[in-house]
Ligand binder design. Sequence first.
Ligand code: CU
Ligand code: ZN
Length: 189
Amino acid sequence: MKKLFLSLLLIFVAGKAMADGMPLTLAADAPAANAITPPTSVMKALCTLSPASGSQVQGWVKFTQLKGSVLVEGDVTGLAPGKHGFHIHDKGDCSAPDATSAGGHFNPLDQKHGAPNSVKSHMGDLGNIKADSTGHAKFKFKNKIIQLSGEYSIVDRAIIVHAALDDEKTQPTGNAGARVACGVIQISN
Ligand code: CU
Ligand code: ZN
């Protein structure tokens, strides 16, 4: 009985669609009202850093979209005192023990490695973070190059903290040494 009802309903719907001059296939392919669409404007993103290359380095980085720039805040522990290269790398993949799975610096516009906040540098060049004598780096800065949405979004890419200082000159890495922490940037609320 239920089957018969459904068949009748289908015939009715098909008949109506044809009467309306709408091809059936199009009607079937139309997206459901509750279909999930990717966000067009991401306001916040978060990255949890885990140790790499046998280090004890860990922490978090938070990104907040402001007008014309992105606020980057973070807290990282387990570092050697001093400055450490800090970049967005191309692939959101921290699976390799030395984090080489994250690929090179995020560089969609084919620029050279350099200082942060320059259109002539890799988009992922964020310079250095500085650890105090206890190996703790707490930082907060603005960057006007990176974006959380759109074609050049940093979401689903990786943050890498390096063992050494980024000299902002040496190609293509800044000579920043081993990758001591890695995390994937994810959309946050
Ligand atoms: Cu790097
Ligand atoms: Zn770079």
